[in-house]
Design a protein around this ligand. Structure first.
Ligand SMILES: Nc1nc2c(ncn2[C@@H]2O[C@H](COP(=O)(O)OP(=O)(O)O)[C@@H](O)[C@H]2O)c(=O)[nH]1
Ligand SMILES: [Mg+2]
Length: 186
């Protein structure tokens, strides 16, 4: 059986653990502990310290492994471990909290240093009336034109599925581009 690894990242409380929970075939493995910082506890009580893990069986030959990262930079040594061998990643953004956009921009930069794998951005929590539209999220985070930014509701399985399909399509398109580049330079 083939296993493909996808990483779900994003800043604190962007919805990474929820995203994996909404789609995983198995009860997700989670490593959430009470957060030690008051500022973080105001948003939620628990935080992912190592990883979230879920699986999606596409058919009997192919399974996706989803790894969620901790959001905060103080855990960023885990990002490098989790990114090894991933075919692509999704950066989740809490569309309701522009105060976290600078941190997300920083995470985007750090991740592109860690891995060359293709990625998309998911403007999460679009069901919240305070959510900024995906286009606005794209502009605020200065996302390159060739990187898809998709609207997402991480609590809804169908929406999570669409975000994963968008990533898989982007990975396929990037692979074709890569092959064409190679053919041109040969
Ligand atoms: N309204 C809304 N809330 C969400 C959505 N996704 C996640 N949340 C909530 O946002 C909070 C943080 O989510 P969590 O998955 O723990 O964030 P993480 O720190 O990135 O793992 C939780 O209370 C979730 O239930 C969404 O699409 N819409
Ligand atoms: Mg989490």
């Amino acid at each position: 059986m083939q296993i493909l690894k996808i990483v779900i990242t994003g800043s604190y409380a962007a919805g990474k653990s929820q995203f994996i929970r909404s789609i995983s075939d198995i009860e997700p493995v989670s490593t959430d502990y009470s957060t030690t910082l008051d500022s973080e506890r105001a948003l939620k009580k628990e935080t992912t310290v190592a990883l979230d893990f879920g699986t999606i069986a596409i058919n009997d030959k192919l399974t996706l492994y989803l790894f969620g990262t901790p959001g905060q930079e103080r855990f960023d040594y885990m990002w490098e471990h989790l990114a090894i061998g991933c075919i692509g990643y999704i950066v989740l953004v809490d569309s309701c909290r522009p105060a976290y956009f600078t941190e997300t921009r920083h995470l985007l930069d750090r991740f592109s240093e860690i891995t060359d794998a293709p990625f998309i951005v998911a403007a999460n929590k679009q069901d919240d009336p305070a959510a900024l539209p995906a286009l606005y999220v794209r502009r605020r985070l200065v996302i390159a034109n060739d990187v898809p930014v998709v609207p997402c509701i991480g609590t809804q399985r169908e929406s999570v599925k669409l975000a994963l399909i968008a990533l898989l399509k982007h990975i396929a398109a990037s692979a074709v581009e890569h092959t064409e580049d190679k053919a041109e330079s040969a």
